[in-house]
Design a protein around this ligand. Sequence first.
Ligand code: TA6
Length: 286
Amino acid sequence: MRTSMPGLMPDSGLGGLSRLRVQTDCASGELYLHGAHLTSWQPAGHHPVLWLSGSSWFEPGKPIRGGVPICFPWFGPHPQDASLPAHGSARLQEWQLQSAVCGDDGVLKLVLQTETGNFLLRYEVSPGRELQLRLTCELSATAVAAERFEAALHTYLSVSEIQGIEITGLEKTGYLSKVPQLQWCEPAGQPIRFSEETDRVYQNTADAVVLHDPGLQRRITVSKQGSLSTVIWNPWIDKSRRMPDFGDDEWTGMVCIETACVGDHAVVLQPGQSHQISATIRADHA
Ligand code: TA6
């Protein structure tokens, strides 16, 4: 694959992992072939939008903490085998760069690919004034039966201070809360604000979500297609301390807004079928 493309600088990143650095007039970004993991996106004139832990691992076999992890073919712990990696295998695999093309709009579009089980995954990443992400999951035609998968673009967003932000767009949506214990919650009827560990799977929603951050004087909008679950997560104090790849005090500067197909909204494909999950993330001055 020719990667001598203006605006694209392949190099060796943290931990010596293969990295693609993007620098165009409209944005900068960084993506590791390990997990096809986008770790940075900064549109021109804005603060960095994606959050990355200062304590993240950058080594084979371990997930990167922050950016946009790709969760596939399951979300969270494996339902039967706890020894398998959380959020599936895709974020631990080395993906291959298929193409890097600069469009007429000056946005560099990266296309990466990998295989896991009977699935072919194709990931299109366009870090421009907006961040366009599209994950196509295809079940091989040689598969002998239908197969079910869960998937998520597990986006970590940088915020000024978690207790000073709010998230709108899910006021009318019920959710499965994982903390303090697993329970179904009816729509709250108000924006999401944070005062404790928050780990919620909002179900049956195709709606865009807006993160309002007065501290950074910006709004971040996450819109999506091909997904009916939106996950909102902040680990707060105790969980942050239990995660070795997450700084004890980093919980104040991040929140996850995840574009997902999980639980009741997992996907079942027949051999030869495919499903696309797309997220568009934009930052506006507010
Ligand atoms: O998306 C929220 C969540 O499922 C949380 O429960 C927490 O486990 C988070 O993902 C991070 O998962 P990870 O495997 O990356 O530590």
